[in-house]
Design a protein around this ligand. Structure first.
Ligand SMILES: [Zn+2]
Length: 209
């Protein structure tokens, strides 16, 4: 009797472990822990950004929802095969940082109103640029957060190299389901961002599973 129950018990255990070991795609994860070859240079961790002051601290990490981070890693790996890689400039941004940004520059042309929350506040948007395999910046249409018509994701009057690099970046990101936005070549939304809640966990307090 006991012997006949053994296969059933083993099957149940296997089934149970499948459920318990499956990571939640909505978890917040540290992108560098998923792929240490992705460069991260959080633009808001230094005063060298359009706000003119740092709103992140130096120990802050590059955090995203797991499903978005997995897609980002795949985009990065596909670019590596073409001699390039990703550099992340911003990812998950806690709501309180959004409020700080809004206090510095309360203008919805440049900063999302914290009352609505940004897709970055949901851990489902990322600002990225392209680097070569040695980690050097390559020519792109504009600097990050340059709010001009040249920053539009389809602006055409650009040097050939900038157009080529923007196209490589867009292709790699779109192949993984990310959507560009029309006004910023560096910004991409992960598919299903609208299902993610706005969060206010600090970048250092995020517990990575
Ligand atoms: Zn963005």
């Amino acid at each position: 009797m006991i012997r006949s129950l053994a296969p059933v018990c083993i099957s149940l255990l296997v089934l149970l472990s499948c459920f318990t070991l499956q990571p939640d795609p909505m978890d917040l994860v540290d992108v560098c822990e998923m792929d240490s070859t992705i460069l991260v240079e959080l633009a808001y961790a230094t005063p060298n950004n359009f706000l003119g002051q740092a709103v992140y601290s130096s120990g802050d990490r590059c955090i995203l929802r797991r499903f978005a981070a997995e897609r980002l890693v795949r985009a990065h790996q596909s670019l590596r095969k073409q001699g390039y890689g990703l550099k992340v400039l911003d990812a998950y941004r806690p709501l309180s940082v959004q409020e700080q940004m809004w206090a510095i520059l309360p203008d919805s042309r440049y900063v999302a109103d914290p009352a609505k929350g940004s897709r970055h506040n949901r851990g489902a948007a990322v600002d990225v640029t392209l680097v070569d395999l040695a980690g050097n910046d390559v020519e792109m249409p504009t600097a990050f957060d340059e709010f001009s018509e040249k920053a539009a994701s389809n602006y055409a009057d650009l040097p050939r190299a900038a157009l080529h690099h923007r196209s490589l970046l867009q292709q790699a990101m779109q192949e993984q389901g990310f959507s560009p936005i029309s006004s910023e070549w560096w910004h991409f939304d992960a598919p299903g961002w609208e299902k993610c809640k706005v969060l206010d966990i600090s970048l250092q307090a995020v517990e990575v599973n």
